[in-house]
Design a protein around this ligand. Sequence first.
Ligand code: ADP
Ligand code: MG
Length: 696
Amino acid sequence: MTQDKVSEVYGSLVFTDADMRKRLPKPTYQELRRVIKENKPIDLDIANEVAHAMKEWALEKGATHFTHWFQPLNGITSEKHDSFITPQGDGEVLMAFSGKELVQGESDASSFPNGGLRATFEARGYTVWDPITPPFIKDEVLCIPTAFISYTGEALDKKTPLLRSEVALEKQAKRVLALFGWNPKRVITNVGPEQEYFLIKESDFEARTDLRLTGRTLFGAPPSKGQELEEHYFGAIRPSVNAFMKELDDELWRLAIPAKTKHNEVAPCQHELAPIYEAGSLAIDDNLLTMEKLKLLATNYGLACLEHERPFEYVNGSGKHDNWSLSADGRNLLEPGPHPEDNLQFLLFLAFLVAAVDEHADLMRMSVASAGNDHRLGANEAPPAIVSVFLGDALTPVVEALIRKEHAEAHEGEIMELGVPALPDILRDNTDRNRTSPFAFTGNKFEFRMCGSQQNLSDPNTVLNTAVAEQCERFCDYVEARKDEDFIVVAMRFIRHTFRDHRRIIFDGNGYSAEWEAEAERRGLPNLKTTPDALPALISEKSIAMFEKYHVLSEAELHARYVAKAEQYAKLINIEANVMVHMANHLYIPALVSYSGDLATTVATKAELGIAAKAERDLVARITEGTTSVYQLAQDLDAKNADARTIADPTERDRAYCDVVLPAMNTLRAAVDEMETICSKDCWPVPSYNDMLFYV
Ligand code: ADP
Ligand code: MG
């Protein structure tokens, strides 16, 4: 696309605020803006006018259907298309779309994961228009971003709690800023999700039952070459991938998704796409759309896009970095300013983040827990399962100095003494990077690196927003109780105490090292290695108290989410185990039997001729033995999986999947992979790692 073309088509498939202003009568537009800003229910007359304008716009763009687009608890987006057609009875047809259809839809909640909320309440679920993300057109369908709630108002999706957490954070952050004498109109989060993915040949993908059904390879001997030459990272992009990336950019830009950076990643066939950050929930919607487009468009180039956290053993897996900051009327609160007072504010928000992550380290870990991500965290290529905060060479000494001054009487001059005014310059040049840190300060934002590549970022952001809101409120209470004291003195003391109390979470060293694991244990930091270890944090007393206090999630909603997540984990591993047994019985064992049979015939024939055929004999014996192992291990896995399935309690069931089924899967895999290394390529029923990872 040429430069002119880009600016012409950018956002052309999105019903933007400008479109709305152009197409609506002024009073209607103003009323709509007010309602959106104040988060009020929309009047039906206004909704009718907006729906009409939206439909006219969509028809001009060739749309024939509309859908309420939402994010059920399994994290994937859902849609059900309704056409605009309204037959008139005389063979004529009108294209209609009412305000009621815009603001609310009905959907059968029982068909989506709901963790039992459906049993307690009503099966009916409603999708409710979320006017924060603008509607867009996808494949001739007008998509209306919505929240998904039950008949009685419980959240059944990922978006509702995210929006609630944004409301809570905005409210509390505004209280903090008011203490600085600043009353901004809006305080919002900014989120920039960096998305990693793999691209392989579609023909290889189709030939692998495991990839098609589970998104990852459940078998596969190590490739002869891995990523050790480090030639792929930032390397030249192969032509088919380049063509794909170009079309992807074009498509994303039409949807006003600000795709910015694309490059090859560390593992062979691995790539990354980073957009320019946007307001929290919008950025997450756009990331979900990006993930959908990645998969769809790859097929136009004979490629398959793998978004799983660990599609291949032996090379890196894929994550999604959640770059997060907070801004008030466009000013980044994590950016140190030119004046000492601004730096006081900066240090305060920094302290909030450190304290929030320390107090809810278990919840942060929980928010990224999934069967897929378990293969990545702690594998010495992604952050460990231990949450810690990296502040870097420039900030750590400042924080340490603050902590050391613990007992000193704070006075205004102290800010100068600490050298805080020099912060901006140091930070700007601070290119210090620590790729091993799960939660790193990178200049003017935090980067949460534990998120999985196929994950919906709503969960981690909901946790983070709420935890930071809690810290903001704590500060306001602290100041309120010390009304008679000087604000700067009080704020400095709060900052110092906060860093002192949460110092244990700050770690700038190598997160992959064994020493860190031991050190973290001494510091009392949670080390939740697997999803079943991590999930209970969601329903701890501490978690329930926080989420209820900020009206983000009720106890019933949290329990439902816990059950949904626990079920999801068990279901995924059950499917993986099923696929492994299936592949063993239907692909590998027949291949092994046939190959060793051929070899045996050869051995017999050669023996008749008086030829020893030592290698063939040896191979027949090894493969026959290996076949027996594979056969037995497949039966063993099948039995263990069947046992795990019968466990009714979701927590116990997950434990069985983690402790019994997964190890049985690993053993079966090892037996099959060993056979792959000694069998003929011709007899092997699926493409190998060498084929898949190093295609031309
Ligand atoms: P990195 O520091 O990881 O090499 P970038 O600086 O390019 O990469 O940023 C990575 C992502 O962080 C991008 O999506 C970018 O838009 C986003 N980002 C940059 N600044 C902020 C910010 N203040 N708040 C949130 N996200 C941001
Ligand atoms: Mg990054």
